[in-house]
Design a protein around this ligand. Structure first.
Ligand SMILES: [Cu+2]
Length: 70
């Protein structure tokens, strides 16, 4: 299990939080998704043999949000 935090722009309300949480939560190998709306952070814990941070980022982008590169 690995834990990563992504910075995500475009989340403005609880509905966005829900959208991101569900989109990522449905993916294989995801153990935990936590969205911090104020800090624009998405914390994910996942099985790295079943998913990658790139796949998770793409899924969030597909849901209509923007991943901010550090
Ligand atoms: Cu929203």
């Amino acid at each position: 299990m690995i834990e990563k935090t992504l910075k995500v722009e475009g989340m403005t309300c609880q509905h966005c939080v829900q959208t991101v949480s569900e989109a990522v939560g449905k993916m294989a190998g995801i153990q935990k998704v936590e969205v911090n709306l104020e800090q624009k952070l998405v914390n994910v814990e996942f099985d790295e043999s079943k998913s990658t941070i790139d796949a998770i980022s793409s899924r969030i982008a597909d849901a209509g949000f923007e991943i901010v590169e550090d």
